[in-house]
Design a binder for this molecule. Structure first.
Ligand SMILES: *Cc1c(COP(=O)(O)O)cnc(C)c1O
Length: 413
């Protein structure tokens, strides 16, 4: 069996595929709950708010489940805001991140009364201040400081270096805070950072924390007293054999460093809550041999799961054998989709025993799976199903062909 720990038996996987078709995302409610509660119930000397990063998996049923458990949410668009509100998420537990928030999104977030805007530039401070002023409101803000720490992760998901587009530099932070405090419609409440994703050690987080604490103390001397410290998301998961620190040990280490400072702690985990609670199930359409290389062509593709193509994401792959006529021997396979791109693969050089009509299980697909999917090659996006105890519940139906061009128009002449 796989090194990845999900609760799906072969029976459940076959049943899901038979009932809902393939490709299919399948999530485990118990695993999501367990991963969230690791954060939410972690012992700490400071109060902790866990703001689940919606972009990891934004299905409204997932958001609803997390909201009921007490989650806050980290959003990056008005679309995500509306999803959270629709799913019953509380505005006072929402933080709004992102380098380019639209005026409409800011206005809506002000109107519902979110916890905080995580602001990424001076221009954005001014923008939010003026949107708030027009409405006679005050916006709670935190500044996203770039701690200039190397997260030792893939360059595409590393966000805390000086060279990234994110945040305000450490050097400019104090003057940015002074400026923010001078703007009449801003209420300066916090500080935040987010140094990257799939980080598998605590050191980069703790190094960032040190830099933020320096600033917090310096600001306090200046008479600017912050109420919360938000360390962003980024805690990694086990895709293959990574040893990842637990949320509990992370929170304990952070709380210890905070010492007697009375600050609320905010975290924005996405991947670590949902990645290993989900799988992508796909059926082998046919097998093909090209000059000695074996390809299993499956019905899922890069449009369904983009991580391998986008940043060499590695997903463990298992076989759930189908109705085999001949025994299949184990050999090296490239698992590829039907899309017209060489980058369209789900796994390369996998030592497996595969036959046509087998089901393949792509593990650790609960985060940045469905949310990054597209209709490329005019492929309808697949269904999402949640295992609740022993029930399979459809939480998003498979798109149909007419969905593909429902928003397009033919020319009149
Ligand atoms: C993407 C993102 C997160 C979540 O990151 P994970 O690696 O999924 O935990 C949190 N905060 C911000 C600002 C992000 O951009």
């Amino acid at each position: 069996m796989s090194p990845i720990n999900t609760n799906f038996s072969s029976t459940v996987i076959r049943e899901a595929a038979n009932t809902f078709g393939t490709p299919l995302y399948l999530y485990d409610e118990a695993a999501i709950r367990h991963a969230f509660l690791a954060w939410h119930e972690a012992p700490s000397h400071h109060s902790v708010l866990t703001c689940y990063a919606v972009k990891a998996n934004s299905n409204i049923a997932v958001l609803q489940l997390l909201s009921r458990l007490g989650a806050g949410f980290d959003i990056v668009s008005q679309g995500e805001l509306e999803r959270v509100l629709h799913a019953g998420g509380l505005p006072e537990r929402i933080v709004f991140s992102g380098v380019g928030k639209s005026t409409a999104a800011i206005a809506r977030a002000l109107e519902v009364g979110i916890k905080c805007f995580n602001v990424e530039s001076i221009r954005e401070l001014e923008h939010i201040n003026s949107v708030a002023a027009e409405r006679g409101l005050s916006a709670k803000v935190s500044l996203r400081v770039n701690p200039d720490v190397d997260a030792n992760t893939h360059p595409y998901i590393s966000t805390g270096l000086k060279s990234n587009k994110f945040g305000i530099s450490h050097e400019e932070a104090v003057s940015a805070y002074r400026y923010a405090s001078s703007l009449a419609h801003l209420d300066v409440v916090g500080i935040d950072c987010h140094i990257g994703s799939q980080i598998t050690e605590l050191e980069p987080f703790l190094a960032s924390l040190d830099r933020l604490l320096e600033l917090i103390d310096q600001l306090a001397e200046d008479g600017i007293h912050l109420r919360h410290l938000d360390l962003g998301g980024g805690l990694g998961i086990c895709y293959t054999d990574e040893q990842v620190p637990s949320a509990q040990s992370y929170i304990a280490a952070v709380s210890e460093k905070l010492g007697s400072r009375s600050l609320e702690l905010v975290f924005e985990p996405g991947r670590s809550i949902v990645a290993n609670a989900g799988i992508l199930i796909t059926e082998v359409i046919l097998s093909k041999e090209n000059t000695g290389k074996h390809f299993a062509i499956v019905d899922a593709a890069m449009n369904d799961l983009m991580r391998p193509a986008l940043y060499q994401g590695h997903h463990h792959i298992d076989v759930v054998a189908g109705p085999r006529i001949l025994a299949a021997t184990e050999q090296s396979w490239d698992i590829v989709g039907p899309v017209c791109e060489t980058g369209d693969f789900l796994g390369l050089n996998r030592q497996l025993s595969i036959a046509e009509r087998d089901l393949l299980v792509i593990h650790s697909a609960g985060a940045y799976g469905f949310t990054m999917s597209s209709n490329y090659n005019s492929r309808p996006r697949c269904a999402e199903v949640l295992l609740r105890k022993d029930q399979l519940v459809e939480i998003r139906s498979r798109e149909v062909i007419t969905d593909l061009f429902a928003h397009e128009q033919l020319l009149a002449e």
